[in-house]
Design a protein around this ligand. Structure first.
Ligand SMILES: Nc1ncnc2c1ncn2[C@@H]1O[C@H](COP(=O)(O)OP(=O)(O)OP(=O)(O)O)[C@@H](O)[C@H]1O
Length: 320
């Protein structure tokens, strides 16, 4: 696939979107969201249901107007230059909409290509090339209604790439895929980024966010509550959540919780199926103290840094 020439990616400033209806009070879906996505970078919008991810994506691809704030796509303003935005941006909202099930994969791409002003042999060549890139070359002549969900998602991405845009907005591209299809899709998406595209992806899949993203923006109720690399996000959670030590002791240790109460930096201790779960501020210091205190009575000890899921739940609030 030919990569795009260097362009500016996405620039979003103080984006707000309020939904109003006559019968209900106004609902603020986005409340001042700002971020950038550079060429060759993949930024993930991660957040629980209703956080504002799809609203952001729809504004960026000109399907929805912002109430206030600005967004530019490869330099084009979503409000004042929507046609230029559509030329410079490909998008995929996945799901069952946006493809014609009775048409073949190739026919679908050719149909959508005409909407970008493409035609004739160059269009057929581009569509066939993309089907090959997406691993659908041998299914080009099959009707989309016979495709699996993973194949449809890949076809959606091929559609988004028809006009070789420098910016891609992918809304939950791997929703509903099994782990193997999800991994295949992530590999494809990463390749598109490495070719120099600016990619914004929305998901609530933490594995996807962790594996794919250069940066993660955590959205909650229409505002960005954290912005960091996946590793940094985990480190932030480490500071906030501390470290979890799982400890197994010989059964004959009497009332270990009494001794554990003196563990340095202790934040909490409880048992789970015979294993002591000890939350501490400083993992290595506490582990050393435990080993010195219980000595050979320690059967097993493991120190686990917080997962991205811990970080995420800490930031968005654990509904549990
Ligand atoms: N057309 C609409 N009319 C009224 N409210 C809307 C509309 N679209 C979205 N909203 C509201 O805006 C808020 C954000 O919705 P949005 O779809 O952007 O969230 P999301 O983060 O994409 O959620 P999900 O993960 O469930 O897809 C929600 O409160 C939603 O109910």
């Amino acid at each position: 696939m030919s990569g795009p020439a260097p362009h500016d990616g996405l620039a979003v400033r103080e984006l707000r979107r309020v939904f109003t209806s006559r019968k209900k009070p106004p609902r603020t879906a986005l409340d001042g969201v700002s971020f950038d996505v550079a060429p060759g970078e993949l930024v993930t919008l991660l957040g629980p249901n209703g956080a504002g991810k799809t609203t952001t994506a729809r504004i960026l691809v000109t399907l929805l107007e912002p109430t206030s704030g600005t967004a530019t796509v490869a330099g084009a303003d979503v409000r004042t230059e929507p046609r230029a935005v559509r030329r410079r941006c490909g998008f995929s909202f996945g799901g069952d909409t946006g493809l014609y099930p009775r048409l073949t994969a190739l026919e679908n791409l050719k149909f959508f290509g005409t909407m970008y002003g493409m035609a004739g042999r160059p269009l057929t060549a581009r569509a066939s090339h993309l089907l090959g890139e997406m691993g659908l070359g041998d299914r080009a002549g099959d009707k989309v209604e016979t495709f699996s969900r993973g194949m449809r998602q890949r076809l959606h991405i091929a559609r988004a790439l028809l006009h070789d845009p420098p910016v891609l907005v992918l809304d939950e591209p791997s929703a509903g895929l099994d782990p193997a299809a999800g991994r295949q899709l992530r590999t494809l998406v990463r390749k598109l980024v490495d070719e120099g595209r600016a990619v914004l992806l929305t998901t609530h899949d933490l594995v996807e966010a962790e594996q794919l993203s250069d940066r993660v923006l955590v959205l909650r109720a229409g505002t960005v509550v954290a912005e960091a690399s996946p590793a940094r996000l985990r480190a932030l959670a480490g500071d906030a959540l501390g470290t979890r030590i799982q400890l197994e002791l010989h059964e004959d240790v009497a009332a270990p919780e009494t001794a554990l109460a003196a563990c340095p930096g202790l934040r909490g201790v409880r048992t789970e199926g015979g294993v002591w779960v000890v939350d501490v501020a400083d993992g290595p210091a506490a582990a050393t103290w435990i080993l010195q205190t219980f000595g050979p009575q320690v059967v097993n000890l493991s120190v686990a840094p917080p997962s991205l899921e811990d970080a995420y739940l800490d930031l968005v609030g654990d509904p549990a």
